[in-house]
Design a protein around this ligand. Structure first.
Ligand code: UD1
Ligand code: CA
Length: 455
């Protein structure tokens, strides 16, 4: 049986007070819809159908590379009407799993369980939850024997039904064959004038189709996002889970409530992370890495026993073992540090390799450069890599020593063991073991009289 995952995402989400469609709002760096699709992707043979309406082009553009069958719901006439828009593209023998694009933290094992309760398409499986305050939700009506009879929406429920605290999460699985029979029978004769998907429950009961309810392991899994307060709450729940998973993997976190992971953080043993760090994309921290407070690290690999001092920003960089970076360093895309390299405070490195044991310790810009092992780049050294139009390369040999405040005008090569005098503007290559002095000569004037005040 193929699995057609129908995700409802046509809603405007007025309470977000946003120009963007609700399902594109971010949780841990990814849109809510991406979280939902990812949970469903863990299910075998899942085929995605997404129902869009408000801001449809924006949603499609963001998922242009995914294999999704889009269904359009131009007017929002209710959840039943929304699912009906996806049906023409779904095979008769498919199992249909209905998800909401604004319920982002649903776990795939919960979905697996739900599907396991469909008896191969014979039964309808419904995800329900008990809430201390069920206001606003559809209530699950059961008979005396405990069998589900119907779902009654809050606005249609009588006083007695409103006391029921088992509610519909909206997530269900049912065969396409059954849906094709039931959806056309829905009517909008209810308090909201909508075609309620929930009315198929009573139809199932009438047709003698079993309705099986299962519950999620955690309540947050079925929490929907209607406004930014709820989105922020789910973000914290999600981040706290990620932090606890890290602690369980043996990472020391100075405060599990003060770390943000927006992507995939892979860690070795005995990693230490101080407060206020943000990890984006794919980041690997090898054994024994220490990250100081308030660092931002994106799509990078930090080699074992490296130390990143506070307030460093690292993006698409690769560090070998034993590196020392920061405080206040910025490693930009293509920065590659070999073993034991050092990049210190207020240094910026872009598209450059820093050789083993080499040091760029203070106030430098190193861009489009290749720095040999054990070279020492003095404070304030700048690689002048750009003439306003083109970029050029700087090459510095092993054990070279670049004096402070030098400007290396690329393209230029400084040989192994060469020395550049402080304050030089180097425009010509320097051979190995030479000294280059490229600055105005010092002149000392004896008996110099300072200017006198004239009036
Ligand atoms: C729905 C359920 C209710 C359940 C609740 C759980 C129905 C009739 N009611 O109510 O039993 O307790 O969810 O949160 O199903 N959508 C569309 N097109 C539409 C209508 C909705 O795409 O025409 C999408 C929305 O964007 C949203 C989801 O479906 O992602 C749910 O819609 P919403 O209006 O929030 O449903 P509720 O009234 O809360
Ligand atoms: Ca509603």
């Amino acid at each position: 049986m193929t699995l057609a995952v129908v995700t409802l995402a046509a809603g405007k989400g007025s309470r977000m007070k946003s120009d963007r469609p609700k399902v594109l709002h971010r949780l841990a760096g990814q849109s809510m819809l991406a979280h939902v699709l990812a949970a469903a992707n863990a299910l075998p043979n899942a085929q995605h159908h997404v129902v869009i309406g408000h801001g449809a082009e924006h949603v499609q553009a963001e998922f242009a590379t995914d294999t999704i069958t889009w269904a359009f719901q131009h007017e929002q006439k209710g959840t039943g009407h929304a699912v009906a828009q996806a049906m023409p593209a779904i095979a008769d023998d498919a199992m249909v799993l209905v998800l909401y694009g604004d319920v982002p933290l649903l776990q795939s094992n919960t979905l697996q369980q739900l599907l396991a309760h469909t008896s191969d398409g014979q039964a309808l499986a419904l995800l329900t939850v008990h809430l201390s305050d069920p206001t606003g939700y559809g209530r699950i009506v059961r008979d005396n024997a405990g069998h589900i009879q119907a779902i009654v929406e809050h606005k249609d429920a009588n006083a007695e039904q409103r006391l029921i605290n088992e509610v519909n999460t909206g997530i269900l699985a049912v065969s396409a064959r059954h849906l094709r029979t039931w959806l056309p029978q829905l009517s909008a004769n209810n308090a909201q004038g909508e075609y309620y998907l929930t009315d198929i429950i009573a139809m199932a009961v009438n047709h003698g189709v079993a309705v099986n309810a299962i519950h999620p392991q955690h309540e947050y899994e079925v929490q929907g996002v209607n406004d930014r307060v709820q989105l922020a709450q789910l973000e914290r729940i999600y981040q706290s889970q990620l932090a606890h998973a890290l602690l369980e993997q043996g990472v020391s976190l100075a405060d599990p409530a003060r770390i943000d992971i927006r992507g995939q953080l892979t860690v070795g043993n005995d990693v230490v992370i101080d407060v206020g760090c943000v990890f984006e994309g794919h980041v690997t921290l090898a054994n024994g890495v220490h990250i100081g407070p308030y660092c931002v690290i994106k799509d990078s690999h930090i080699g074992s026993n490296s130390v990143i001092e506070p307030h460093s920003v690292i993006d698409q960089a690769t560090l070998a073992e034993g590196c020392h970076v920061g405080p206040f360093a910025r490693l930009r895309p293509g920065a590659q540090l070999a073993t034991d390299a050092k990049v210190g405070n207020f240094c910026e490195v872009k598209k450059a390799t820093i050789g083993a044991g080499a040091k760029v310790n203070h106030l430098s810009y190193i861009g489009d450069a290749n720095i040999g092992a054990h070279a020492n780049i003095g404070a304030g050294t700048i690689t002048c890599n750009y003439d306003g139009v083109n970029k050029f390369q700087t090459t510095i040999g092993e054990h070279a020593f670049i004096g402070s405040n030098s400007a290396l005008v690329a393209p230029v090569t400084i040989g192994d063991g060469a020395t550049v005098a402080a304050g030089s503007v180097v425009t010509k290559d320097v051979d190995a073991y030479e000294l280059a002095v490229a600055r105005g000569k010092q002149r000392n004037v004896k008996g110099w009289q300072r200017p006198q005040k004239t009036s």
